[in-house]
Ligand binder design. Structure first.
Ligand code: ATP
Ligand code: MG
Length: 401
């Protein structure tokens, strides 16, 4: 079955669109099972303008979580956008790299933002998040910044193309890290899939991205799989400049990519997370301590380095958390604040209803008509953490043990 794009013209008016039939055909399952899935927590049915879509909230058959099935309400045509595959993490480069790869390893920078798949459907481009949702903000911004170039790129490769990349910078509602090359908003491409999840080779992808005036994630080198020390050297350079890490790829994707992160980001993430210990904080700690444990072994940290990293880790956890409680005691908000740029009010309203529908509690702090052409909106994303603080400070009891 052709999974990349199935044009399905059975329906002419929106009221007769049968989502179960579309889901059944997309996943190759029967109608009853599709009906059950639509009623369960495994899927979500949403809308963006005149597109209805089904987001898969877990792996189903051979489709990953985050797969989105877009349906044109007018015609009933639909298209399956496959979920972005999980990338396995390395703890020991010296073991994993020589065992996993075939011969050569391309090292690209792992940028820290959020994963976006851009596709074209019925003459418009859409930005789909990792979870399989069309983000109204990211879609509007993508169209504004790169709409024409991405359309041209997709037209050149084929209509079923998926352009996957990292959106980075401070102006997004998901993950904010400052990048000098994209302080506010930037899209850096790391994969192009032709049909389903069939990737272009690294070289072809990088060439095409450049040719169409778009940006690639930085290329950090090509190493033989036995030269894990060369790769480690790349990581220590990133360490110095406070970048996230690397993704290692076979030039032709004969084997899956692997990821590895710097000690800097392992601790930095804990620090960010511990501003909200009952939200991100507690889930962040253990996996990152594990990464640091094996880095200390592989890099053979001396006593001084170990002591330094231990201090950084301890501060990231405890000092950040204590400051967070103190903020609460002073009556300051325990919430993430961020700024987004919108080019019209309609996009802004679409974004607010989308994020609210997903159950993310936000407050609009201010709307600033920054110029004739755009508005800057300041938003607060609320956390569960202050509720926990309130209860602990009232009862004196631990919610854990
Ligand atoms: P998962 O563990 O399921 O992959 P995650 O959100 O925890 O999801 P990360 O630890 O951030 O994932 O690592 C994988 C993600 O890294 C990819 O989904 C992608 O968004 C991002 N990424 C950044 N740079 C690259 C790159 N050069 N190549 C591939 N992915 C990249
Ligand atoms: Mg990431």
């Amino acid at each position: 079955m052709n999974r990349g794009m199935t044009l399905y013209k059975a329906y002419n008016d929106s009221s007769s669109i049968d989502l179960a039939e579309i889901l059944a055909e997309s996943l190759g399952i029967n109608y009853e099972r599709a009906t059950k899935l639509l009623e369960s927590k495994s899927t979500r049915i949403l809308r963006y303008k005149n597109i209805r879509y089904i987001a898969l909230r877990r792996d189903l058959g051979n489709h990953y979580e985050g797969t989105a099935i877009l349906i044109d309400e007018k015609t009933g045509e639909y298209r399956v956008v496959e979920g972005y595959p999980h990338i396995k993490r390395v703890l020991l480069l010296s073991k994993a790299v020589p065992q996993h790869f075939v011969d050569w390893v391309i090292v690209e920078e792992k940028m820290d933002g959020h994963n976006v798949r851009v596709i074209k459907f019925k003459d418009e481009i859409y930005a789909v998040t990792r979870g399989g949702y069309i983000c109204p903000y990211t879609t509007a911004r993508m169209r504004h910044e790169h709409g024409k170039s991405i359309e041209n790129l997709i037209d050149a490769i084929g209509e079923e193309t998926v352009v996957a990349g990292e959106v980075v910078g401070l102006e997004n509602p998901y993950t904010r890290y400052y990048y000098p090359e994209a302080p506010e908003w930037g899209f850096f491409i790391f994969d192009i899939f032709r049909k389903g999840l069939d990737p272009l080779s690294v070289e072809n992808r990088r060439r095409l991205v450049e040719e169409y005036g778009l940006r690639n994630v930085p290329l950090l080198g090509k190493y033989h799989k036995d030269d894990w020390q060369g790769i480690l050297e790349v990581v220590s350079n990133l360490e110095e400049v406070g970048r996230e890490g690397i993704v290692m790829k076979d030039p032709y994707y004969r084997v899956d990519p692997l990821k590895y992160t710097t000690s800097y980001i392992n601790t930095k993430d804990i620090q960010e997370g511990m501003k909200y210990p009952f939200d991100e904080g507690h889930t962040f700690i253990y996996p990152r301590v594990l990464r640091q444990m094996f880095k200390a072994i592989e890099d053979d940290w001396d006593e001084e380095r170990l002591a330094k990293e231990a201090q950084r880790l301890g501060e990231a956890i405890l000092v950040t958390a204590v400051e967070s409680v103190k903020r609460f005691l002073r009556g300051m908000p325990i919430a993430e604040e961020f700024i987004l740029t919108f080019y019209n009010m309609r996009d802004f309203e679409d974004f607010v209803s989308h994020i609210t529908l997903l159950g993310v509690p936000i407050t609009i702090v201010s709307i600033d008509q920054a110029s004739e052409n755009y508005i800057k909106v300041k938003i607060l994303k609320h956390k569960k953490t202050p509720e926990y603080y309130k209860r602990i400070l009232r009862t004196g009891l631990s919610p854990l043990d």
